[in-house]
Design a binder for this molecule. Sequence first.
Ligand code: FPP
Ligand code: ZN
Length: 315
Amino acid sequence: MGELKVDKHVQYILSVEKKKDSFEALVMEHLRMNGAYWGLTTLDLLQNVASVDQEEVISWLMSCWDRESGGFAGAIGLDPHLLYTLSAVQILALLNRLDVLDIEMISEYVAGLQNEDGSFSGDMWGEIDTRFSYCAICCLSILRRMDKINLGKAVNYILSCKNLDGGFGATPGGESHAGQIFCCVGALSITGSLHHVDRDLLGWWLCERQCTDGGLNGRPEKLADVCYSWWVLSSLIMIDRVHWIDKSKLTEYILNCQDSENGGISDRPDNAVDVFHTYFGVAGLSLMEYPGLKPIDPAYALPIDVVNRIFFSKF
Ligand code: FPP
Ligand code: ZN
């Protein structure tokens, strides 16, 4: 079996950050905040976060903050959204710089997006999805302001998106999808509500995501994709059923998706690499305790030492 090309992946991530005029940078512009979170978390898991200029990251990040609403945008001048607000908060937690935030304003912004039925809209335009329930709950937990929302209603809404197959969808009645399952199980884990989950039923659905090539898919009949190494594996760990998949076959699948010459990881072998799949590949390996990587927390999607620092320190 090959090995993880740590130095190549570090170089790849640093080079993407510099290529701001490339085609990839152009189409990704509106979600640069997510990209920054994927890149920085990957560098930290690879024990290399010191290779970026943290002051430069923080000053750019704060220029994406909309002081009127209290939320963060995906890039300077765009509209704020919960997806980018969570990424910004995760980045500052990772860099140990939550002190630069107006925690009160940000948590008011997040709480203001909760609807009467307990669900969350992603932004002022109102789209509802369990992804946004996760973003809100994870973000408020990191900021230690969970008291700002109606937690009982938030949990009940997530449970209303649970299906008979044990999985979860984006809205009530929505098809089970591993990405949504991560969001729902993650939010239930953070709020101490996992007793509502039938672990064997959901664990069975999740472990059936492993394909003959060793990779994981996101729904029945779909091809394996490296990003599901994260969505599926993190969920299995949270419900204590990760021993139901073949870890060595999955490790081999992820390593086969590396560009061994130029760095980066793709969705499947021989495809073009991107930062998103590089992050999920490295995070998946970290969940499987691959040697030399920092361990990652399956619910907060941040290195475990970062999560410990948030909850065991005063700020
Ligand atoms: C599949 O995406 C993934 C999801 C639906 C979950 C997305 C979750 C978040 C944005 C929450 C924040 C996440 C983290 C890790 C902190 P897709 O559109 O690629 O699905 P497809 O494979 O069906 O196209
Ligand atoms: Zn993917």
